[in-house]
Design a protein around this ligand. Structure first.
Ligand SMILES: [Zn+2]
Length: 55
């Protein structure tokens, strides 16, 4: 068991995202590199959708 529990890549910048939360639809994972919040829109296959944030 050497893999991270839930390896994911940010769709915006390809930074490796990590979460210790249980993956489920609708879970938001914030990218520590670019700050984009990504929502899990599908588990199988695993798909992330970046949330558009107005600044
Ligand atoms: Zn990112």
């Amino acid at each position: 068991m050497t893999d991270a529990p839930n390896p994911l890549n940010c769709p915006e910048c390809d930074n490796l995202l990590k979460t210790e939360k249980e993956l489920k639809k609708g879970l938001l994972i914030e990218c520590s590199a670019c700050g984009t919040e990504n929502e899990i829109i599908s588990l199988d296959p695993l798909l992330l959708s970046p949330l558009e944030e107005e600044k």
